[in-house]
Write a protein that binds this ligand. Structure first.
Ligand code: HEC
Ligand code: HEC
Length: 455
């Protein structure tokens, strides 16, 4: 009883003191609170080819870009189940090759609605737009955690079917019942990752990733940071593309995306995901090498074209001055490093020797270690991919973050501060670093945010 009274008294006195000091300080200075400056729409610097390509290589980049932009129809093999009808539809902000667009961007950016809304009913289709797809929300791919019998699923379930479209007469397969799966809390989401500079990421030798994993060992262990590569189960080398670093190469990702996102079978994925005979309007596999044509760019298949486009796509160009000015941005990088963000978001890794001179022995300023880390109960999606566990994700490369609208694997954040706070939850390797970030002065936090939006 007595202790409780004392506690109460102490509490009252503390409130009085704190309240008093707040009133006093407010009369002298206004409190500065760090804010995300928002999507950078100036100095676009994205979407072009990497410098140093030969004219032949530029020809492959251009042909690849055309293919990447092209909307496909049932006669090209689209569907029967699909998420969208072109690569560029999902990879578009701030330029072709990027990620989800948004309708609320300022001058200098190209605002656009989520194309998955209009896609539901294109050409007479009668798909229902699932509730997690909205005009001003991120493009999303859906995966189911478990099968009906309780075993693991983890695979992509396409949003739409071609049934009802004027180019798919006689096809009558039904759309997945997302409402029922949502009710069972069985759906997780992934947003598109940008592909700028992807050719450089592809050329980083495994030895460089492993050496970087071993660097700064004492600083990492003091903060509880470990992480490991997601090694390919067959050849044992390090996979690096996708939110869980689940895919080895751009060609493999292209083959899989053509099949999974668009339903177009190809030389890497030869059989249809849904083989309903009345819903096939092209021979299988739908897109292959044109062995009857003459020149290189004419003969190569769609997936090779996509891979060349992304391989030769230049990395994002950071701004030296926007937002906040050069001093704030360079100081922000220092704080980012001293607080421990850079222990996962490694500023630079080097490529090795490459048959493409423009990709050989380059500094890749990706801000990632290409390892997967445990990100805790708050971010877990309970999907296992290769050696990446349910709560493990690839350190998201931060180059281009300044021009991104949606953050984190499911696009839950549109604000950098929210994305940073989401790094902290039970079991996350990043929690101690977030605590360090939270202890920074507000002007130092602002410098970190300005640095990130300059990327
Ligand atoms: C419906 C939207 C959608 C379409 C269409 C789409 N993608 Fe993607 N893309 C995604 C999503 C979502 C991810 C992240 C997937 C994951 O990691 O689980 C992704 C990731 C990627 C990546 C990995 C980049 C990295 O560094 O992680 C590549 C490469 C890629 N896509 C290429 C393509 C190509 C090529 C096409 C066309 C054949 C295509 N995508 C079509 C949504 C899409
Ligand atoms: C333990 C490793 C680790 C540390 C430390 C860490 N991050 Fe991350 N970061 C990640 C991973 C993994 C993701 C992807 C998580 C997801 O999508 O679920 C990520 C995502 C992000 C994103 C979103 C990028 C995107 O593509 O959506 C931002 C921004 C970011 N981190 C900034 C920071 C900042 C700033 C710090 C320091 C305060 C920091 N991170 C510390 C591993 C880390």
């Amino acid at each position: 009883m007595r202790t409780r009274t004392i506690c109460l008294l102490v509490g009252v006195i503390a409130v009085l003191l704190l309240g008093g000091s707040r009133v006093m300080s407010q009369s002298v200075t206004t409190t500065f609170v760090a804010r995300d400056p928002g999507v950078r729409c100036s100095d676009l610097g994205a979407g072009g080819p990497i410098t140093g390509l030969t004219s032949d290589q530029t020809g492959f980049f251009d042909a690849g870009k055309d293919e990447f932009l092209e909307p496909e129809n049932a006669a090209d093999g689209l569907g029967p189940r699909f998420n969208l009808n072109s690569c560029a539809g999902c990879h578009t902000q701030p330029a072709t090759g990027g990620t989800s667009p948004a309708p609320f961007l300022g001058p200098g950016c190209t605002p656009a609605d989520n194309p998955q809304v209009a896609m539901a009913t294109l050409r007479g289709a009668n798909n229902v737009v699932p509730p997690f797809i909205t005009a001003d929300g991120p493009i999303r791919e859906a995966r189911f955690k478990l099968n009906a019998d309780g075993t693991r699923d983890g695979g992509v379930h396409a949003l739409y079917v071609i049934s009802g479209r004027d180019d798919a007469p006689g096809c009558a397969i039904l759309q997945e019942d997302f409402q029922a799966q949502l009710k069972k809390n069985n759906v997780i989401f992934r947003i598109p990752t940008p592909t700028f500079g992807a050719g450089l990421i592809e050329q980083i030798p495994d030895a460089v990733i492993v050496a970087n994993q071993g660097a700064n060992a004492s600083a990492k262990s003091a903060l509880g940071i470990t992480g490991h590569p997601n090694r390919n189960g067959n050849d044992g080398t390090i996979a690096r593309f996708g939110w869980k670093a689940q895919n080895k190469s751009l060609l493999l990702f292209s083959g899989e995306a053509y099949n999974v996102e668009m339903g177009i079978t190809n030389e890497l994925f030869q059989t249809e995901r849904d083989e309903t005979a009345s819903c096939q309007f092209a021979t299988v596999p739908n897109n292959v090498t044109a062995t009857n044509l003459a020149t290189g760019v004419e003969t190569i298949s769609g997936i090779e074209k996509f891979a060349f486009f992304m391989r030769f796509l230049a990395p994002p160009t950071p701004s030296a001055t926007v937002p906040g000015g050069a001093n704030s941005i360079s100081h922000g990088l220092q704080v980012f490093q001293s607080v421990g963000c850079a222990l996962c978001h490694t500023p630079t890794l080097q490529t090795g020797n490459s048959t493409v001179a423009a990709l050989a022995n380059q500094n890749v300023k990706l801000f990632s270690d290409l390892l997967v880390h445990k990100m805790g109960s708050g971010l877990t999606d309970n999907v296992i991919q290769g050696q990446a566990g349910g709560d493990e994700f690839r350190t998201a490369p931060l180059w281009g973050a300044g021009q991104r609208v949606f953050f984190l694997h499911d696009g839950r954040a549109t604000n950098l501060l929210a994305a940073i706070q989401a790094h902290k939850s039970a079991g996350s390797e990043a929690s101690a670093v977030v605590d360090g970030f939270n202890r920074l002065s507000e002007p130092n936090k602002q410098d970190v945010l300005n640095f990130l939006r300059a990327l």
